[in-house]
Design a binder for this molecule. Structure first.
Ligand code: DGL
Length: 236
């Protein structure tokens, strides 16, 4: 039987990851689970996020028979990945983390990382900085409370207000790169470009797509007869 790849996020954000995966793997079929009912994850406790995500993963594996799970959400990845891998050792899990490694590898000197409060405060984000930052690089973390939800519900006024506040907070820094550490943020790349003109915006979606392909191959799970179909499920 042709098993699908399950992808989840707290709403529409993960579609930015799905788009990259589909480009690389057009002959797979997908289930995209948008948990709009529980958005935003980034302002919940770690326990709440784990309970919510665990229920969705259980559904995708048990009821939908998915062969792989992609956590297309930085918040859920930084907070739940370890538990999920322990609980389901036979299912490959691919996560999404802020592209801090990409920024450091490209030798940017003043990187601004935008993410949800939960991602910014996570141990995983600290590890990414510890493992990748060189001595002459500066990384500024800014927690964008409310931004993912404003994108989810398309509140343009709030989006502009939050981005302007971010700009104020870094007005004395020469930011040369921006890491979009939440999968909702690539959906407002143009708004970010208006506030931070011509500064490269980095996100992890291409890296996730490459890792999905690699893990399918390692685990002998490639499908070449799918049609790139996506079954969309929304918890709302
Ligand atoms: N899109 C998610 C992320 O990448 C979560 C946004 C939220 O629900 O707070 O972090």
């Amino acid at each position: 039987m042709n098993q699908k790849i399950g992808i989840l996020d707290s709403g529409i954000g993960g579609t930015t990851v799905l788009t990259e995966i589909k480009k690389l793997l057009p002959k797979e079929d997908y289930i995209y689970y948008a948990d709009s009912k529980n958005n935003p994850y980034g302002e919940k406790t770690e326990q709440e996020i784990n309970e919510i995500v665990d229920d969705i993963v259980k559904y995708l594996i048990t009821d939908k028979n998915c062969k792989m799970i992609v956590i297309a959400c930085n918040t859920a990845t930084t907070r739940c990945m370890k538990n999920l891998k322990e609980k389901y050792p036979n299912i490959p899990f691919i996560g999404t983390v802020p592209a801090i490694k990409v920024a450091c590898d490209n030798n940017y000197k003043n990187t601004l990382v935008l993410a949800t409060p939960s991602t910014i405060d996570s141990l995983r984000t600290k590890e990414l900085i510890r493992d990748n930052k060189k001595y002459d690089q500066e990384i500024t973390l800014i927690s964008c409370e409310g931004l993912a939800n404003a994108i989810e519900i398309k509140n343009q006024e709030k989006i502009t207000k939050i981005l302007s506040d971010v700009k104020d907070q870094v007005k004395n820094k020469k930011i040369d790169s921006i890491v979009l550490g939440c999968t909702h943020y690539p959906l407002i790349k143009e708004d970010i470009n208006k506030i931070f003109p011509n500064i490269p915006q980095l996100d992890g979606s291409f890296g996730v797509a490459k890792e999905v392909k690699r893990q399918l191959e390692i685990n002998n799970l490639r499908n070449n007869s799918g049609k790139g179909d996506v079954e969309f499920i929304n918890s709302k």
